[in-house]
Design a binder for this molecule. Sequence first.
Ligand code: BGC
Length: 740
Amino acid sequence: MSKITSIISGLSLKEKADLVSGKDFWFTAQVSGLDRMMVSDGPSGLRKQADASDALGLNKSVVAVNFPSSSLTAASFDRALLQELGRNLGQAAKAERVGILLGPGINLKRSPLAGRNFEYFSEDPYLTGELASSYVQGVQGVQESGVGVSLKHFAANNREDQRFTASSNIDQRSLHELYLSAFEKVVKMARPATIMCSYNAINGTLNSQNQRLLTQILREEWGFKGLVMSDWGAVSDHVAALKAGLDLEMPGKGNESTSEIIEAVNKGQLDEKVLERAASRVIQMVEKWQPENKTVISYDLEKQHRFARQLAGESIVLLKNEQQLLPLKSNQSLAVIGQLAEKPRYQGSGSAHVNAFNTTTPLKVVQDILPKTAYQAGYQIDSDQIDQQAEQAAVDLVKQADQVVVFAGFPSSYESEGFDKKTISLPDNQNHLIERLAAVNKKIIVVLENGSALEMPWVGQVEAIVETYLAGEAVGEATWDILFGRVNPSGKLAESFPIKLADNPTYLTFNADRKNENYHEGLFVGYRYYDKKKQEVLFPFGHGLSYTTFEYRKLELLKSDHEVTVSFEIKNTGSVAGKETAQIYISNQTSEIEKPLKELKGFAKVSLNPGQTKQVEIVLDKRSFSWYNPETDKWQVDNGSYQIQLAASSRDIRLTKNLLIDWSENKRQALSPDSYLSDILKEQAFKAPLKESGLDKLLEQLAGDENNQAILTNMPLRALMMMGVSNHQIQQFIKLANQS
Ligand code: BGC
């Protein structure tokens, strides 16, 4: 008998019911033969609450290193770094005796207004899936020597307002190609210990009670073997949730949950086997990840802080750098403006909030490097109101300065878990200040601290812009590492920045309806929309500058019967060492379906010394060329032409090559009265049946001039009846054609 079966067989009905609900906020229940186990947030640092717990993070958690938020780490485009981040997080959790770390959150950034965008990776599912897989592998460790994760929030959790009840209404193709595919990749590649189902509903069914999502798709189609827990408070009907495939309700509702389940079993409304299935998965999780069974470890917070600095430095994005204003020159005077330099915003609010170990502020760090640095706050971060005096003092200071760095960003009251943003514009006082400074000094450098995309009405008036997102506790050091060129920037945006909010495809629908979030834009999210719409953007997906330059060369494709190997060279053509992220987009020029112009399907980050060239290889599998067919519920590759685009950003394509895919068995669809003449006339094989059934002559007569021909070919066979062709003739042709 396995250990799990033996524990289960020793449990009373009450104990089984206890086990499928959390004991409290952070612990699983303790039952005969099984100890309790702790779970804790979160994605960018450990939030273990030692004392009284609360979901809003009001009570302090243990001290831990606060790493950059996922919006920044995603910009690293660096799988190895994400794995190292995972290792660091796993180490902290293990040392603190936590069994499951509640993260990473991998929902897509559909609208720039979504409150949790700072916690999520990207608008692109491929990038999200790749980076999150590395992160999960890092946390869980080699042969699962680390800590388990809870991959969250499954699925289509793209808004915060009414997050407990809103229904994400999505067509099946977009759901699979966009919102599920990152989860699918992580489940298959990194085997997360658990998945956290999200609050929302999909197409009317709450995710915690969604059998199709939690059982059919997750377990039967993707082969998930771990445990499904609920997001905190996501369960409305626990019995229905158990039946649908939920294993653990978090946190438990105490006796209320237990007696509900016992009653349902006793009344025959819930099969005890279903309860046992969930209870076994809880036992399996606790047995596997129980930290109390593992060696006690300690860890070095200083070392983790150094890694947090490195991670931020490798991810910060240089958005603009006219006249090579950056890196800063240490022999010229420097003025620092903006209260965010003194009181940086470096992490998000809500369950991802960490009691940071050692926060370094940009102001303190620069004053250590250049003690003569002058500073003016210019605005108050907790207000939108212009402070005339503070603003004037900043303007006066800037007039004299050789170099000016202005810190700007969203106050924490603007973006957080639990509610969505109303605007993506900076507070008025900050925009006003930047415009006034730019009027008196032509060399303004703006450094941004924010969770997600923002509007920059002053973009043309400043010379340089550096996006640091929420850079974690090492924000001070990492920012100046980039500004002084100690680290050459190599981050690239994992999301598009629209010129204005109204340019975003979800502008018409996001939070428009309290109950329903309608994904009318379908597949056209982020760059998939802006590209197809030929819409100018502020900064495109994949964009990021460096202090050096790169040249792309020798793009080659090698096709086998199941994959395509893309190879190329990148050369550092500048004078300093740097890193470049090459991106591979595929443009499907074949399938007769709605589709974006191109989609990201590969990337590689390469480190190069000045003058150095490296050869890079990226393998594209069949799935890279596939689309999800909702009629068959299957991924499908169509034979035909595809363009491979090698790019430095989604709007900077350097080299392209076309290739023919011939992987699918070309099964011709059987003809029916609904088949279109345009398709029939294209096929060589139908020439004979057309002749034999006498249809060829008739078609010639009907076609007449060119205009008629175009009208005619746009008709299905059955429409020919209104033009005097007999049903008999049509049927005869169909029969012959289908035999050909
Ligand atoms: C959040 C989760 C988090 C959980 C526990 C929920 O409100 O949505 O991301 O892991 O609380 O703090």
